[in-house]
Design a binder for this molecule. Structure first.
Ligand code: PLP
Length: 461
């Protein structure tokens, strides 16, 4: 008989993973390569290293090594906020009176308030090791910018964050956290880059967009000496770094002889979900378990459930390589009433391929129902969840309620990616009763699909 699992399981520092898990080493079908949009040829190392750090490019292209060592310096930094707790949601189970066991891995115990620091730490370290002096990035809501500001400060790098102008105005405190860690926060569009000046001339008074901020950050990186660009989601090396979430979860559960039946994560660009499921998926691909993997996306930005599996740009300014992924079209904009995060038009190529091959189920959740779940969870478990994380909570609750109806005792694990302290305007809408759902019509989606590039790789569709 295994011991009853305590409310919180903390691994010791010695038990922290020494290597990340590269699920690609076990995938039966590799995702299609990134393409250079001009030549339509696969991107090799030399296409990527002018923009990204060398070690990250190596990891990006690595399909062979199942385990990739976490350098000692990164493990040291991880110790400032890891291992993160695995919690048995006894109080939520009791509130639902479900026979299901619910577990969550909590990644919000650091100042950035999310899992994003796991990859920020790695990318800042590799930049420093390569001898770079500065890095650039973009941020929308600000979690990623904050995480990177913390990592840049730790490893002694200069950082320019291009923050979508409207967000920097709406979330001034987020900006202040980044500045406190030494980052230079530039509201985008700005007059510091060609791309920014072009947008400013074209759309006077615009609040900016993530696509524009990406263009500015990339331009700054390629035109500045000893500088590279850093991205916080979507790419394979980011999922690799996030595998620390799955590895720690697996180890903590195994101590008590527990294998989950269902693993649930929210999906924006797919990095936390990809990282949470990675080692479990690796075993699934070898026929060693039957776990059901569920990615939860907002109904207002439904790239997996309603998107197309094609080549598309990763940014709305159409400056990046083309990635084969589930996408709503790089020009897709979720409706402005959408408050719940996860607004990216595309999806990680790894998650996309696994979904395409039938290893992942996707669920689209409406934001009012997501916030219902967030509040239920907050009242039982104490933590105020990020709206993004609450998508996973929604489906974990729905699965636990299904267990109750069917008299089944499944073990459900979900990723609680972060806290919601900077999302209180969304909670305000919910509490005021002014939050609404707007699900895009087929005509709305078509406008997005029309922005997918017509190119040979897409059969000139
Ligand atoms: C950024 C973010 C997400 C979504 O990003 P993924 O790359 O899909 O993981 C989810 N939750 C929180 C708290 C975030 O900050």
């Amino acid at each position: 008989m295994a011991k009853q699992i305590p409310y919180k399981v903390y691994l010791t520092e010695e038990e922290m993973p020494e290597a990340w898990y590269n699920v690609k080493a076990r995938m039966k079908t590799q995702h299609a390569p990134f393409l250079n949009p001009a030549t339509q040829k696969p991107c090799g190392k030399s296409d990527l290293t002018p923009v990204f750090c060398e070690e990250c490019v190596e990891q990006e292209l690595n399909e062979k090594d199942e385990y990739i060592e976490i350098p000692e310096e990164i493990r040291s930094f991880y110790k400032t906020f890891r291992p993160s707790p695995l919690v048995r949601a006894y109080f939520l189970e009791r509130a639902l009176s479900t026979p299901a066991e619910i577990y969550y891995k909590f990644e919000g115990n650091n100042t950035s308030g999310s899992h994003k620091l796991n990859s920020a730490a790695a990318q800042a370290y590799y930049a420093k090791k390569q001898g770079l002096t500065s890095i650039t990035t973009e941020t929308g809501a600000g979690q990623w910018g904050t995480a990177l500001a913390m990592a840049a400060a730790f490893f002694g790098l200069k950082l320019d964050v291009y923050m979508v102008k409207i967000s920097s105005e709406q979330k001034p405190y987020r900006k202040e956290v980044m500045r406190t860690y030494g980052a230079n926060v530039v509201p985008s569009p700005s007059d510091t880059t060609e791309a920014g000046r072009r947008i400013l001339a074209q759309f006077l008074g615009t609040g900016g967009s993530l696509g524009c901020a990406i263009s500015e950050a990339v331009e700054k990186a390629v035109t500045t000496e000893n500088c590279r660009y850093v991205l916080g989601s979507v790419l394979d090396h980011v999922l690799l770094h996030q595998s620390v979430i799955g590895l720690e979860s697996k180890l903590a559960l195994e101590k008590y002889g527990i294998t989950p039946d269902i693993i649930i994560g929210c999906v924006g660009g797919g990095s936390n979900f990809g990282g949470l499921i990675a080692p479990f998926m690796g075993e699934r691909l070898q026929g060693k378990n039957e776990i059901e993997f569920i990615g939860v996306e907002p109904a207002s930005c439904p790239s997996l459930t309603r998107g197309k599996f094609v080549y598309d740009f990763c940014d709305s300014a159409k400056t990046t390589p083309l990635a084969k992924m589930y996408t709503l079209g790089c020009g897709f904009m979720p409706s402005p009433n959408h408050a719940g995060g996860l607004r990216y038009h595309g999806m990680s190529p790894i998650v996309s391929q696994l979904y395409h091959d039938g290893y992942i189920r996707a669920v689209a959740a409406e934001q009012t129902k997501v916030f219902d779940a967030a509040v239920t969870f907050a009242k039982c478990e104490g933590i105020l969840p990020a709206p993004e994380s609450a998508h996973a909570i929604r489906v974990a609750i729905d699965e636990a309620l299904a267990c109750k109806r069917e008299g089944k005792k499944k073990r459900i694990l979900f990723g609680l990616t972060g806290t919601g302290y900077f999302d209180l305007s969304a909670y305000k809408q919910y509490n005021d009763g002014t939050m609404t759902d707007r699900i895009p019509t087929d005509a709305d989606l078509k406008r997005g699909f029309d922005t997918i590039p017509r190119c040979p790789a897409n059969g000139n569709l």
